[in-house]
Design a protein around this ligand. Sequence first.
Ligand code: ACO
Length: 434
Amino acid sequence: MNAKTQTQASAQINIDGKDLQCPIIEGSEGEQAIDIAALRKETGMITLDNGFVNTGSCQSAITFIDGEKGILRYRGYGIEDLAERSTFVEVAYLLIYGKLPNKAELEEFSTGLTNHSLLHEDMIHLFAGYPSSAHPMAILSAMTCSLSTYYPKSYDTPDDEQVDLDIIRILSKLRTIAAFSYKKSIGQPLIYPDNSLTYCSNFLNMMFAVPTEPYEIDPDIVRVVNQLLILHADHEQNCSTSTVRTVQSSGASIYAAISAGISALWGPLHGGANQAVLEMLNGIQASGDDYKSFLTKVKDKKTNIRLMGFGHRVYKNFDPRAKILAQSCEKVLSKLGINDPLLDLARGLEEEALKDEYFVSRNLYPNVDFYSGIIYKALNIPVDMFTVMFALGRIPGWLAHWKEQRDSGAKKIFRPRQIYTGANEQEYVSIEQR
Ligand code: ACO
């Protein structure tokens, strides 16, 4: 593997006649960055980069994206290959431990996931405390942080075995929490994990089985769930992953960091977009709008309406995950014999947007969320669980980044600066005189 290198080249910043030479760092795929670590010390200035559009926050060997060419690779392996040939558990191992597992490693990892799927029984009572209308992302985030209270050894531990155990616990138990939060929301009895089932089958069983009758797990559906989770498993320094790294940098527990990642993912501009896509499609259908008039509203900036599931900070050509999911979506709907008018609407929107000057000139293409919502709907997963599905997929990525940063030994807390724009010094005025 090519490691990052410091090139011979440097960038020169000239401020008021004073020069600063900044080294240029090159990554293993040729991406280059100007290292400005000495900037403030030497010049007293900082950089200002709203939304971190031009800012690299770390060096990472986990995931490579080329947004212009539509490339996504985990540890060097193309997403298309992994989605076609791998399983979610194998991809989780790959992301976290940096290599594809051999048979023995995969078996040990899978057995760990099977053995750690139960929640402490006291935690079951916590579910009862939430209203039945509680959003499952709120429950998932809160319960994940609560796990830290049951595993206090996780607090900034130097013990690698303890970390591996916490990783297994998080991967396994969050799946149980997700399914339990759904059962709680519909008032059905909790279905406990079943050790005879694989990772994704176990999840489907906990979600959809009921004690009164057998539930048959369809292997084709298990395959699609594996694929969905694989496609969401990592995406380098996105909002939630940066959040996980930020929390890790403070030395907080791994459970606290993952809980923070879940909260960051929840927003509609990030993981919440899959729910927003379906709500948008339902809204268009209910209003009787056709997709053309909806797009006219989107293009009118005064409406503040966005075409959800379109656009991406990094992909400016196409999102390779959306390409894979568009095909899977067709397969799932035809396998389940579903003729969904929402899919026709989605197709119409996509076709029209892709030839519209507004979207073409801004490089706006369907992202992974555009089709995932329709697949989840076909699988009977309720709309407010969509983002939870995204979170379950993203757990290995968060864990891999948490571990990479921890193992690097870097003890630098993430602490951006700011340009202050508030009031200048004022004298305190007592309340009687205000
Ligand atoms: N619909 C309409 N216009 C859009 C959209 C959209 N979905 N996305 C971007 N634009 C427009 C913006 O209005 C802006 O136009 P302007 O140049 O005339 O002001 C231009 O395209 C650039 O948009 P930014 O918001 O600056 O792009 P950014 O890279 O910051 O945002 C984002 C990316 C948040 C994904 C954005 O495209 C968006 O809001 N998309 C819809 C939500 C969505 O699908 N999110 C999922 C992202 S993928 C993920 O998290 C898995």
